[in-house]
Structures are given as C-alpha cells and as structure tokens.
Design a protein around this ligand. Structure first.
Ligand code: IPE
Ligand code: IPE
Ligand code: MG
Length: 243
C-alpha cells in the first residue's frame, strides 16, 4: 500500500445474514463468522497505520429484529469481549463503545466497562464499537447538551457553531472518519454517523462481512489513496497547497 492512509476508518459491517443464508446456516452463524472479520479489520488497520477504527455492530433500528436474533447477538457481544479483549490489550488497542448503552443488559454493560477500563491507557489503534447506536439519536443528544448549556447560562445561542455542537456528539474527542466502508452491497448510511460522515469518502463492496479480509480492506485503502479531498475548494487550490 502506498499513498495517503486515512486516519479514521468507519465500517458498516453488513451481510452476515445473507452469508449464512447462502450456506444454509442460521443467521447467528453469520454473525459468529463476522467476529473473525472484525479481528482482520483491526489487524489490517493497525498494520497500515490507521489511527481510529469505528465499527457499526448494532443499530438503534436493529432492536426491531426477531427477539431471538437480538438476544443471540447480545450474547455474542459478551462472548466476543470475553475472548478478544486480552489480545486487543496485548496489541495496545484502546477500546471504546458508543450508543445508547443504557439499553443493554447489565452483563454486557459490565463487560463493556471492564474492556474500556483495561485498555484505557493503550496508545495504539483506537477502536470504537457502535452498539445500539443511531445517528439521529446522537444528534438529538448533542442538541440537548447544547440546550442545557444555554439554559444554565454558560453558552449564548449565537455562540453555537459546529464545534460547540459537535462537543456533545458521541465521537466528540476523535477526528471525523476519512473513509467509510460498507460491505454487503447496499449503498446507504443506515443511520450511522450522520454528522461525522459529512466529508468521508464512501466505499461500497458486495463482499459480505464474514468474507471481509485484509485484501478487501486494502482495496478500500487504495480507493482512498487515489482520491483528491477538496472540502469544497477547487482542485487547483488543493494542488497549490500540496506543492
Ligand atoms: C450485519 O449483518 C449485522 C447487523 C446488522 C447486526 P446483517 O444481519 O444485517 O446481514 P444481512 O444484511 O441480513 O445479510
Ligand atoms: C446496518 O445494517 C447496521 C449495522 C451494520 C450494524 P442493517 O442491515 O441494519 O441496515 P439496513 O436495514 O439494511 O439499512
Ligand atoms: Mg443488513
């Protein structure tokens, strides 16, 4: 891999159910197989020098799935944390979770708390997992935070700008994603990081999440490396700054 490496990669890990269907297995088998791809994405991100990796594991809308699928997914999150956190810690990964975590079982919340605490001082890849997360919910919560500051007098309405607003978002302490990857063939955001993805490069692949590996990740990184990011400027302006 050569060229620009994105500092922050966000991934919508989609296609587990279809992968399982194609193998005549239950959907849960697809979710289980997806854990291996999470491991591969963490390893590749680390090796390529990505600083932040944010994974969409469960959306606020995914609560509407059949109860059995939801509860086995929750069990799988607990199991995956039990099995993976030591290795992540050895690899200097700092793990964080975003989303409406209050809605999760106390057992899962406790595992999340422990894994964040164990890895809190690590200085390598910053891995954020979004569970029970919705982009609209995130924006509504940030709006409430800013409204509270106005009510308590610490902020004037006219002082609210991008930065003041974004300080109330779940990912307030890390830079916006540079690259969004979505597996599973759909080309939509599905209520992921609505605010933060404003200027992300978007890369979609038909590969189903359980088949995501280093090679597919590298394809996405090559796509990114070839992009000129203009942020509203002209191409000539960007080239003038680059020279
Ligand atoms: C993504 O795979 C995992 C979650 C949303 C939890 P899906 O379960 O959505 O897989 P498909 O889209 O049905 O194939
Ligand atoms: C998006 O996948 C959410 C996650 C990957 C966690 P979905 O499978 O829920 O998205 P839709 O329903 O196809 O938009
Ligand atoms: Mg899906």
């Amino acid at each position: 891999m050569t060229g620009n490496v994105p500092r922050h990669v966000a991934i919508i890990m989609d296609g587990n159910g279809r992968w399982a269907n194609s193998k005549r297995k239950p959907r849960l088998a697809g979710h289980r197989a997806g854990v291996k791809s999470v491991r591969a994405s963490v390893e590749t991100a680390t090796q390529r020098g990505v600083e932040y990796l944010t994974l969409f594991a469960f959306s606020s809308e995914n609560w509407s799935r059949p109860e059995e699928e939801v509860s086995s997914l929750m069990d799988l999150f607990v199991e995956a944390l039990r099995r993976e956190v030591d290795e992540l810690h050895r690899n200097n990964v700092r793990l964080n979770f975003i989303g409406l975590l209050d809605e999760l079982s106390s057992g899962l919340r406790e595992k999340i708390r422990q894994s964040e605490e164990t890895t809190a001082n690590n200085t390598g890849l910053r891995l954020t997992v979004a569970i029970a997360y919705g982009g609209r919910w995130d924006i509504v919560e940030a709006s409430k935070a800013v409204a509270r500051r106005v009510l308590d007098g610490s902020l004037q309405v006219d002082e609210i700008g991008d930065a003041e607003f974004a300080s109330g978002l779940q990912l307030s302490t890390i830079p916006d994603p540079d690259l969004l990857i979505r597996t599973g063939g759909e080309q939509r955001i599905s209520n992921f990081l609505l605010w933060n993805l404003a200027y992300a490069e978007l890369w979609f692949t038909d590969v189903l999440w359980p088949e995501f590996d280093e090679k597919v990740f590298d394809e996405a990184l090559s796509f990114f490396a070839a992009k000129q990011r203009r942020f509203g400027h002209t191409g000539d302006q960007v080239e003038a700054v680059e020279c």
